[in-house]
Structures are given as structure tokens and as C-alpha cells.
Design a binder for this molecule. Structure first.
Ligand code: C2E
Ligand code: MG
Ligand code: MG
Length: 426
């Protein structure tokens, strides 16, 4: 197959950089519903034509149903960034298909490499990595391959993961969720970390998607599950019988083998556990995801919808999920008291969740003023650096033993006048 990265094997005379941009139509499914299947078969090719009319110098190829590759040769990566920004602006307005205007949603993942660095595979891998980040961060991501680490790092991590899990390099930290009205710790979330012998601490943002790609996410999650069960039991023995939540990658919700094994482990353990899942995971394969979530709920696992609002959200699925908790993504909470729009979004999400008989947790609560506003809005639980950073198990155990909330008899209102130092624990 022709592709834009191969077309660029011979960079234009004078060009010192090769740039590959992967442009994904993220609302492809919606477009297909509007236009019908036959018409959308050629959608990417039509979009490719439109891109070409904006960037006539580029090599533009439709690479898949919803994916277009754009190859650029330029004297500096910044020039390519300018072109892509121009494209982004063009597609922010509705575009015409068959005489009708449609709003496309696009994400751009870009990789740039010096032209004398001839490795096309590295360039495309870096562009794929950039697109993945662009999707999760909803912004254009550009990776510069002249910075030695990037794509290589990912491949190395992928190779090292199985050994790392077996060698005990993974560990968990716990972050409490506090019930606002009762002012007590309601539960805690387990967050996995990788203590790499040479690179030091690696956070999940840098290896969860690697684990998914390497087919290791099932093994990693089962390891987490065993660890959390052991920790939950140790806490229960301390008199702190908290529900501990684990993040379950969307990919695993469709994996019948994983679901069966996880259910068996949970049922056998008798531990109080919860699973956090993102709603986007459900949208990918709603039927099996909802069925598997129901299986988890049936054996007593509490379900929380994670990062609500960050990805595609669909009220149709939300209604069908057997979840008791909705976690509002921190992107809406971090700017709560400085933005005009975010308080409206948060407020209406809280009302929506309550109408669906779910409790609401706000993630990313960093300031007393955000906490105060969330409480007034009726938010049930808060999680964030204001209360505590994620803590290693022993530190978390000590934190619980200090009993910062259970002994507190103050009303919710009085918590707002407490000094910031009261809430900061880590
Ligand atoms: P998440 O589940 O939304 O977890 C919350 C993230 O927000 C954590 O990042 C946490 O450290 C961070 N956070 C908590 N409070 C605050 C705050 O007040 N301000 C800010 N700015 N950030 C805050 P972390 O630990 O880097 O985890 C990132 C993501 O990685 C998690 O997002 C979760 O989706 C994923 N993850 C973590 N552990 C696992 C796991 O065991 N399995 C899977 N599949 N994913 C995991
Ligand atoms: Mg989570
Ligand atoms: Mg979250």
C-alpha cells in the first residue's frame, strides 16, 4: 500500500525534516450514522482531498476508514506545526459532503525527524504514539524524533514489562476518596507505578497503553487485583474495612477470559473491591461490556465510571451501566473556580448523576475553594492532592490510623474555613 511515510523516503530538495501527521476522524461512527455506510467508505479519501487543497505541497493518503496520513517535508518542524494548525482551523468549521454541511471531529498525531534519519518505521510508530496521546489529551501532539528517547523508549518498555511484573518492580499507591457530607474516607483508589531499576519511577500514563499494546494488561491487572485484595485484608484487620478501587482498562472489559478469571479471584477473596472503568471503554463494544459489568456487579464489585466527560460520553449507555459512582474528570475540576464554563458542566453532571441514582466523585480537587464549591453543588465525594497525594501502602495505612476525618465532628460548612494545611496530608 502506498503511504505518506514511504512517499517521503526521498525528501524534497532543501528539506531538512520529514514530518508525518496522522489525522483521525474521531466522530466517524456518527458520520456513518448520518451518511450511511457506502458513503462513509470514501469519507477518508474525500477528507484527504480537502486536506490537499489546504496543503498542496503535502503527500496526503487515506490510510484507513477514519485515518489520513499527511507527509510533509520542511526546513524546520515548526513550519509543519504551522501547517497542521491551519488544517485544524479549517476542520473546526463544518465541511461540505454532497451539498450538506457536517462537523468533523479530528485528532492530529505528528512525528518529526531529521531528513537524514532514514527510519520510516520509527517515524510512523512515533506518529501513532502521538495520535494516541492526542486522543487522550484532546490536543495536537507532536513528537520530535531527534530527541533520542521517544519511540525507542516505548519499544524497550514493551519488551521489559513481562520481566518487570514478574520481578516485582510494580507497586501500588493509594489515594483516598472522602465523603464530603460525612467528612470521612469512603474508599480509596489503587494506582499502579513501575519502579524501574535504571529509569526510576515510571507513572501509569507512560506504560498502561504500552501494556495494552504488548498484550500484558491482563497480567498486570491480575497482579494488581491480587495485591489490592491482600492490602484490603490488611486494612480490614486494622479496623479500616474500606472498599479499594482498581482501574480496569477498557480493553479488558471485552475479554471474556479476563472477566472470568477476575470474577473467580474476587469471589474467592471476599474482599471489598471496586472497579473504575471509563465510559469510552463501554462505547467500543457496548453489549459485552455491559454484560461483563453486570457480572462484576452481581458478585458485589462496586463500579465507578472514571474520567467522566473526558472522552465520548453517551447518555444512552450511562443509563444502562450498573455503576453506582460517577467520577468527574479532573480537567473540569482543576479550573473549577477560574473558568466560566466548568462550574456549569460540573453542576449539571452532578444533577444528572443524582437523577440516575449515582454518587458523584470529583477528581483533581487541589484547592479549598474548589472543595467548597463542589460541596455547595452537592458533590458526594472528593479525591485530590488537597486531601492526599497517592501514598505507598504503609504511608496510607499510617494516614488512616491518624483518622483525619472520622474524629472530625465539624459541619461541612466549618470545613471550608479550615486552613489549607488541614487538608494537605502528604
Ligand atoms: P485515574 O484513574 O483518573 O487516576 C487519577 C489520576 O489523577 C492519578 O494519576 C492521580 O495521581 C492523579 N491525581 C489525583 N489527584 C490529583 C489532583 O488533585 N490533581 C492532579 N493534577 N492530579 C491528581 P496517575 O497515578 O498518574 O494515573 C493516571 C492514570 O493511569 C489513571 O487515571 C488511570 O486511568 C491509569 N491507571 C493507574 N493505575 C492503573 C491500573 O492499575 N490499571 C489501569 N488499567 N490503569 C491505571
Ligand atoms: Mg481511576
Ligand atoms: Mg480518573
Amino acid at each position: 500500500m502506498r503511504n505518506a511515510s514511504n512517499d517521503q523516503d526521498e525528501p524534497a530538495v532543501g528539506a531538512q525534516w520529514r514530518v508525518l501527521c496522522l489525522c483521525e476522524i474521531t466522530n466517524f461512527a456518527v458520520m456513518r450514522r448520518h451518511l450511511g455506510r457506502t458513503r462513509t467508505d470514501t469519507l477518508a479519501a474525500d477528507v484527504a482531498q480537502q486536506i490537499l487543497s489546504v496543503c498542496p505541497e503535502a503527500h496526503v493518503v487515506s490510510a484507513a476508514r477514519a485515518l489520513i496520513e499527511i507527509g510533509l517535508a520542511c526546513d524546520r518542524p515548526e513550519a509543519a506545526a504551522g501547517e497542521i494548525d491551519r488544517l485544524r482551523h479549517v476542520f473546526q468549521r463544518p465541511v461540505e459532503f454532497d451539498g450538506e454541511l457536517h462537523q468533523l471531529q479530528m485528532q492530529f498525531g505528528v512525528a518529526a525527524a531529521p531528513a537524514d534519519e532514514g527510519d520510516a518505521v520509527r517515524l510512523i510508530e512515533a506518529a501513532e504514539l502521538a495520535l494516541e496521546q492526542a486522543r487522550s489529551e484532546s490536543r495536537v501532539v507532536m513528537l520530535d524524533l531527534s530527541r533520542a528517547d521517544l519511540a525507542f523508549d516505548r519499544l524497550t518498555l514493551m519488551r521489559e514489562l513481562p520481566r518487570a511484573i514478574a520481578a516485582g518492580e510494580m507497586f501500588l499507591q493509594y489515594q483516598p476518596k472522602v465523603n464530603v457530607r460525612r467528612q470521612e474516607i469512603a474508599s480509596a483508589e489503587a494506582l499502579v507505578r513501575w519502579q524501574h531499576p535504571e529509569r526510576g519511577l515510571i507513572l501509569p500514563g507512560d506504560f498502561i497503553s504500552v501494556a495494552e499494546e504488548a498484550g500484558q494488561i491482563g497480567a498486570l491487572t491480575l497482579w494488581t487485583l491480587h495485591q489490592v485484595i491482600a492490602d484490603q485484608k490488611r486494612l480490614a484487620a486494622d479496623g479500616q474495612d474500606l472498599t479499594l478501587f482498581i482501574n480496569i482498562s477498557g480493553m479488558l472489559l471485552a475479554d471474556t477470559g479476563f472477566v472470568g478469571e477476575a470474577c473467580e479471584i474476587v469471589a474467592r477473596s471476599g474482599a471489598k473491591l471496586g472497579f473504575e472503568i471509563t465510559e469510552t471503554a463501554v462505547i467500543r463494544d457496548p453489549e459485552s461490556a455491559i454484560r461483563h459489568l453486570q457480572t462484576f456487579a452481581d458478585i458485589g464489585v462496586q463500579l465507578a465510571i472514571d474520567d467522566y466527560g473526558a472522552g465520548l460520553s453517551s447518555l444512552a449507555y450511562l443509563k444502562q451501566l450498573p455503576a453506582k459512582e460517577l467520577k468527574i474528570d479532573k480537567m473540569f475540576v482543576l479550573q473549577l473556580t477560574s473558568s466560566n464554563r466548568d462550574p456549569l458542566i460540573v453542576r449539571s453532571t452532578i444533577d444528572l448523576a443524582h437523577a440516575l441514582e449515582m454518587e458523584v466523585t470529583a477528581e483533581g480537587v487541589e484547592t479549598p475553594s474548589a472543595l467548597a464549591l463542589l460541596s455547595v453543588m452537592g458533590c458526594d465525594m472528593v479525591q485530590g492532592f488537597l486531601i492526599s497525594r497517592p501514598l505507598d501502602f504503609e504511608a496510607f495505612r499510617k494516614y488512616l490510623a491518624e483518622d483525619p476525618y472520622r474524629t472530625s465532628v465539624g459541619s461541612v460548612q466549618s470545613s471550608f474555613v479550615r486552613p489549607e494545611s488541614f487538608w494537605k496530608r502528604a
